[in-house]
Design a protein around this ligand. Structure first.
Ligand SMILES: NC(=O)c1ccc[n+]([C@@H]2O[C@H](COP(=O)([O-])OP(=O)(O)OC[C@H]3O[C@@H](n4cnc5c(N)ncnc54)[C@H](OP(=O)(O)O)[C@@H]3O)[C@@H](O)[C@H]2O)c1
Length: 277
């Protein structure tokens, strides 16, 4: 049996779609909506019974301080060890992302898996093209004001990462002990994004962005340095794909990856339509 955690999240839903129709898949989520789904909440040990599970697709449960995220992943892996799960497939962060604030919990989890007696596969996911559409969203006049400098991001379509995760989860033995880098094949910067949507790119400073994020009052305290740091790492040229030696995306997909620019354009178009309604 394959159990997918975080099945209600954006990545998890796409993975569930990839695995639809199989009778050996259980969807784990904090909020089950049907009897086919099982309650799995890493913050609640009573929900972590993985009896009968052969392969656990552990979708990282970010969105928290490091100690919170680490405790979640540790709880999930420990429960898998207790239940006799054979293989854990973990969605991590690309190898060029070590300067990102959220890298630490991913690397901790990779190390935890490396010390586990269970078989494992690590999917080092690049940043989503959908996420790029969020941090480089154009204003109403088409201006992208973001502190990306001349930096570019090798963003990857979330659906492609879901397809890879599903493929690996159904044949885990073939991928045991492997660490796969999964990043976009073409890096995108502010100018390319602006050209694609008929807008303009106006680089701004990290300081101004930090003030804007804080002032908007929507980010939790730990999220402010995470977001500002993400811009900084992209601007610093660390996430343009050049630091990745062996990008496994195309091989594991078995087809051409979806262009990140296409995803960006689609997200921006959808946001514009929603704004008009
Ligand atoms: N590569 C990137 O660009 C990028 C961007 C953002 C986040 N991430 C990471 O990748 C993960 C998946 O991305 P996504 O797009 O699916 O994010 P998402 O839509 O925000 O979904 C995250 C999911 O994590 C699960 N989760 C949260 N707390 C949990 C807990 N205590 N126990 C078990 N599951 C928990 C939840 O699943 P249920 O609702 O089913 O319980 C939640 O819906 C994120 O959690 C984050 O760690 C990557």
């Amino acid at each position: 049996m394959i159990l997918v955690t975080g099945a209600g999240g954006a990545l998890g839903q796409l993975v569930a779609g990839e695995l639809a129709g199989r009778d050996d898949v259980v969807l784990g989520t904090r909020t089950p909506r049907s009897t086919a789904e099982r309650r799995v909440d890493f913050d609640d040990p009573s929900s972590l019974d993985f009896t009968g599970v052969d392969t656990l697709l552990l979708i990282s449960a970010g969105y928290g301080e490091d100690d919170v995220v680490i405790a979640r992943h540790d709880a999930a892996i420990s429960a898998a060890e207790r239940a006799g799960v054979r293989h854990i497939v973990y969605t991590s962060l690309s190898g060029d992302g070590d300067h990102l604030a959220y890298a630490l919990a991913h690397r901790w989890t990779e190390r935890r898996l490396g010390r586990s007696p269970l078989a494992w596969t690590i999917l080092r996911n690049g940043l989503y093209a959908e996420f790029l559409a969020g941090i480089a969203a154009p204003g109403p006049d088409g201006t992208i004001a973001a502190p990306l400098g001349e930096g570019r991001l090798a963003a990857v379509a979330r659906a492609d990462l879901a397809a890879v995760a599903a493929r690996v989860a159904v044949e885990p033995e073939r991928h045991a002990g492997r660490v796969y880098e999964l990043v976009g094949e073409r890096a995108l910067g502010g100018s390319e994004l602006a050209a694609a949507i008929g807008g303009s790119y106006e680089p701004c400073s990290l300081g101004a962005t930090r003030e804007a994020i804080t002032g908007a009052g929507q980010a939790l305290p730990y999220q402010v340095p995470m977001l500002v740091g993400t811009y900084s790492v992209i601007a610093g040229g660390f996430l343009d794909g050049s630091g990745i030696e062996d990008n496994a995306l195309r091989t594991l997909l078995g087809r051409e990856p979806r262009p990140a620019l296409e995803v960006y354009e689609a997200v921006v178009a959808a946001a514009r339509t929603a704004a008009e309604v």
